[in-house]
Design a protein around this ligand. Structure first.
Ligand SMILES: NC(=O)c1ccc[n+]([C@@H]2O[C@H](COP(=O)([O-])OP(=O)(O)OC[C@H]3O[C@@H](n4cnc5c(N)ncnc54)[C@H](OP(=O)(O)O)[C@@H]3O)[C@@H](O)[C@H]2O)c1
Length: 303
């Protein structure tokens, strides 16, 4: 019964950007017009030791707001909080236009990044990610756009999200610099990346893994669930009880335990829950109970 060790230190993921925290904070659900409240939430993440902030141009419509709303809100927050920009590593994404839906052709990607810069009110994006693969954009064209953005000093590093390993390889083949990160869905409910080569490729190539929806979008904390999710919750709660932490902390710890060292993107917009996320590092996880959660997630015994 091996005990799993977590890496709590900040890490270098790219020579051009500052060290990043082992947890990230996601801004998909960042919304509203209360600047003070929005600033307090962002500062809570930072005070909790989280300096990686992940947003996207397309965050807004899912909250009943306009395209670009989450970036624009954060841009207004940054204006009122001198110094905040320099204390965070700012990641955003482009390449989805609601209705098209994917748009990563060179001109679009360059324009999208420039529009993100304007909304965020910043000179440079630390990590710019292609949100989803545009099947009609040749990887050489996507690579040319990312290269142009980096050469023009508009982005410091580039990554992708929701790409298969072969899509990553095709893009990398045309890029004159190394991709920094990938962003797959990963949680105790969504375990596909463990088996489809995404995490293996990250370890092979040294890509940083940003895990989206680490609580399955809140489903792992909800009551109204299917049998498979309930089985996962039973295993998480067993570990939570033994460690005197909440279920969310165990769900994050389960992700952190993978050897590709994924960074869970905490999606909560509630101060107390953002603070509690760091309880993940207190969890004593063994190989045995990690596999018990996986078994519950798969719904079948492991061979
Ligand atoms: N690349 C992509 O395609 C993609 C897709 C989806 C998400 N993402 C990224 O991943 C980030 C996280 O996604 P997500 O928001 O779905 O993450 P999540 O952490 O799986 O879910 C967050 C949701 O769970 C709720 N929740 C309920 N109980 C909670 C508890 N005890 N602790 C924490 N949260 C609790 C939160 O509510 P409260 O806010 O009320 O606390 C929030 O609505 C996004 O912000 C975005 O950066 C990327």
């Amino acid at each position: 019964m091996n005990n799993i060790t977590f890496h709590t230190e900040y890490r270098k993921i790219n020579e051009n950007i500052p060290l990043i925290s082992p947890l990230g904070w996601g801004m998909w659900r960042y919304r509203g017009s209360d600047i003070e409240k929005s600033r307090t939430i962002a500062e809570t993440a930072l005070e909790s030791g989280i300096n990686l902030f992940d947003t996207a141009d397309v965050y807004g419509p899912d909250n009943g707001e306009a395209f670009g709303a989450a970036e624009a809100l954060f841009g207004r927050v940054l204006k009122t909080a001198p110094g905040l920009r320099d204390r965070i590593v700012l990641a955003t994404k482009g390449g989805i236009i609601p209705g098209i839906p994917y748009a990563s052709r060179a001109d679009h990607l360059v324009r999208a990044a420039e529009a993100s810069l304007a909304r965020l009110g910043t000179d440079v994006i630390d990590l710019y990610q292609v949100h989803r693969p545009d099947l009609l954009a040749h990887p050489a064209e996507v690579a040319a756009a990312l290269d142009r953005l980096q050469q023009d000093g508009k982005i410091k590093a580039a990554g992708v999200s929701n790409h298969t390993p072969s899509q990553v390889a095709a893009l990398q083949a045309h890029l004159p610099f190394k991709l920094t990160s990938i962003q797959p869905e990963l949680s105790a409910c969504a375990v596909g990346a463990l088996f489809d080569g995404v995490l293996d490729q990250a370890m092979e190539r040294g890509l940083t893994v940003l895990a989206w929806s680490p609580l399955a979008g809140g489903r792992l904390l909800g009551a109204d669930n299917d049998a498979r999710t309930r089985a996962v919750i039973t295993e998480l709660d067993r570990i939570a009880l033994a460690n005197n932490v909440g279920r969310a902390a165990v769900a994050y710890a389960w992700i952190l335990a993978h050897p590709s060292r994924p960074i869970p993107l905490i999606g909560s917009q509630t101060q107390s829950r953002i603070r509690e996320a760091t309880d993940a590092f207190k969890v004593h996880l063994t190989d045995t109970n990690w596999y018990a959660v996986l078994k519950a997630a798969l719904g079948t015994p492991l061979p």
